[in-house]
Write a protein of this length. Sequence first.
Length: 445
Amino acid sequence: MKIVRGVEESKIVLSVDRGINLDTVPAHVQATTERVFGEPLTPQRTVEKILASVKSEGDSAIRRLAKAIEGVELNEFEVARAEIKASYDAVDRSVIEALEMSAERVEKYHRSAKPESWMSFDEGYGGLVVPCQKVGAYVPGGTAPLPSTVLMSAIPAKVAGVREVLVCTPPTSTGKPEAVTLVASDIAGVDRVFGVGGAQAIGAMTYGTETIPSVDIICGPGNIFVTLAKKQVYGEVGIDGLYGPTETLIVADETANQTLCAADLLAQAEHDVLARPVLVTTSEALADQVNLEIQTRLARLSRESVARPAIENRAVIAIVDSLDEAMELANWFAPEHLCLMVPDSWSWVSSVRNAGIVFLGEFSHEVLGDYVAGPSHVMPTGGTARFNSGLGIHSFVKIMPVVALSNAVSSQITAGASAIARAEGLTAHAEAAEIREEILRDPQG
């Protein structure tokens, strides 16, 4: 891992390739694009073509693109309920029980966080919390199935009161999604599951096809093409956010356990070659120990081919003078996951301004957050925690203000409305208020 010293040098190093890169793809992906479309295209142009095809051709475009891009023959997009139930037979019972336990905690957390409608009859205003009607959750397939993402996306939507939740996820070579993803969908209460992935899935959930309905909001992470598709359809449909490579920043002092720090950084690294594992510490000794521990453990990982590039090219150990400086750097970086491995970690929570989620202490760790802690693991990346929150109830509801004034309150505030309207040159506005004031003064008139 690269070791840097001081806040300013750390900011310079961590600024490199910061954010979501939506402009470049690996050579083998570019080759596939050229083969499918017959010309070299930027990722943005590729997605534009895919979305246009799905919008105009519907299901036939999805079949054609699945065959051309993924080499999969799609007959039926939707997975029948009987097939979903049968998928339990292909999944180990311990995994099913773990998914059920996770689902219970995720549901409980989000029920605790559910906002309520309110009304002040004295003031004549309030707010109604209204769920969206239909949500589409994108669940990546990629190099491994991600059943946890089904739970973390669909359950908050269900708790929010969304009437219909559907899942789109890439098919395997059989043309159907992974069995464990289907089991997770059933546990989460998903209404419909479609074996469709990529930007074409985003297009289908936006525009609707003969088989896949359009939705109000699309949520969930994905690759560069999925992310670009979400960005391009925003405005025609709501989205939860745009997600880049995953990241963890650990703040630790000399008391931290080097083995646990190293384990958490490696857990992050095995997600993606572009993952960003970061350790910010006040201890030179801990920095050296963690670095050595990572090199020792790296070769033993089943996903070493993914984790090693992330560690060698993206991981950073920043050595700073104090925990105050560590928190300054953490807030500047605005990580997806912030882990505080320091004594009395609660005392530092009030210093956190920018983070997707905060983990306190060595045993409230990020891996539990990925799977079973309770909050959704769909979190803002690339510094977007400065202005965005993780997926939750708020992602699927609208707050509709309600105005129900008594005649007395209406009369008290009418003069103010009229004055502002006339100051803006909107005399019809002013007269609409003043006419009502005249009626209130002389109901018989």
